[in-house]
Design a protein around this ligand. Structure first.
Ligand code: C2E
Ligand code: MG
Ligand code: MG
Ligand code: MG
Length: 281
């Protein structure tokens, strides 16, 4: 019977393969629905300036699945990139962030938010007009959105990346290079992209105060950034000791569990108000 045939077909896969196929099919049916049924949510993680102030956050998407609970991006972004779903997903994130920023602005909270953009989204020309339209609709004179692109994304799609950076910059977005130091890309190539900041990857940050090699690397990366007049944002700062080393060596902003985990908008708002009241101005 057909049923037996179907079963027979599945048996040609190794068990891990079977698992992967199953996962792909599950994502294929469910992520699309999740996007339509508003099961995606954005969590916000603050970045702390050198002087302790918060002016900017990072938007990190999560999926609240009725079946599986809260699913982190590592479990569906790669699939979204492969399937192309990252394009509508990325557009949703961008527009939702603009709406959220307008909501905060009404409450007297003025912030910028950095949005992650995947290589696969570089070909999506409609993102610029959609963003522009949203900024007009919510009456933003200055664009409060920054864009995080990875090194490999720039190097592997140099021409497209240049055009995307230019178009985002024209709208007033800043460009941040995410996961910096993990991409094996040549510094001279990177130097040609008009970017505003690098995000030092958390692999350099972890235990940096304990390891001489990491310290030299981090100092070299900061010197590189400073030579190009780029700001340095450290990711994944978990301990006070890491923070002290980074700040002393010229990191401009820090982001990590030491300060705050990524939180839903309402929780962030509460955190921010408490943080504001504790910070001496
Ligand atoms: P990323 O952009 O490098 O984001 C930083 C990741 O580090 C986030 O993981 C964040 O929750 C985590 N993190 C922050 N502070 C700490 C810390 O102190 N310690 C540790 N161990 N981790 C920390 P998350 O939220 O799971 O996101 C993972 C990746 O998924 C992101 O890495 C980004 O590449 C991708 N991603 C998330 N949201 C989006 C999105 O809207 N669009 C696209 N294209 N990619 C996204
Ligand atoms: Mg990022
Ligand atoms: Mg990163
Ligand atoms: Mg990362």
């Amino acid at each position: 019977t057909a049923k037996e045939n179907g079963r027979g077909k599945f048996c040609v896969f190794a068990p891990e393969m079977n698992q992967r196929v199953f996962e792909y099919l599950w994502l294929d049916t469910n992520l699309r629905k999740a996007l339509e049924n508003l099961q995606l949510h954005i969590h916000y993680q603050p970045k702390i300036d050198w002087d302790g102030e918060v002016h900017s956050l990072e938007a990190l998407v999560r999926w609240q699945s009725p079946e599986r609970g809260l699913i982190p991006p590592q479990e569906f972004i790669a699939y979204a990139e492969e399937s192309g779903l990252i394009v509508p997903l990325g557009r949703w994130v961008m527009l939702e962030v603009v709406r959220q920023l307008a909501d905060w602005r009404e409450k007297g909270i003025h912030l910028r938010v950095a949005v992650n953009v995947s290589a696969r989204q570089l070909a999506d020309q409609s993102i610029f007009s959609d963003l522009n339209q949203a900024l007009k609709e919510f009456q933003f004179d200055d664009c409060p959105i920054d864009v995080e692109l990875t090194e490999s994304c720039l190097i592997e799609n140099a021409e497209q990346a240049h055009s995307v950076i230019q178009q985002f910059s024209e709208l007033g977005a800043q460009i941040h290079l995410d996961d910096f130091g993990t991409g094996y890309s040549s510094l001279s190539k990177l130097a040609h992209f008009p970017i505003n900041a690098i995000k030092l990857d958390q692999s350099f940050v972890r235990d940096v105060h304990k390891q001489a090699v990491s310290q030299s690397l981090v100092r070299a990366i900061i010197a590189f950034a400073q030579a190009l007049q780029l700001r340095v944002i450290a990711e994944g700062v978990e301990t006070k000791k890491e923070d002290i080393f980074l700040t002393r060596n010229g990191v401009n902003e820090r982001q990590g569990f030491l300060f705050a985990k990524p939180m839903p908008a309402e929780a962030f708002e509460k955190w921010y108000r408490e943080y504001q009241s504790k910070t001496v101005h």
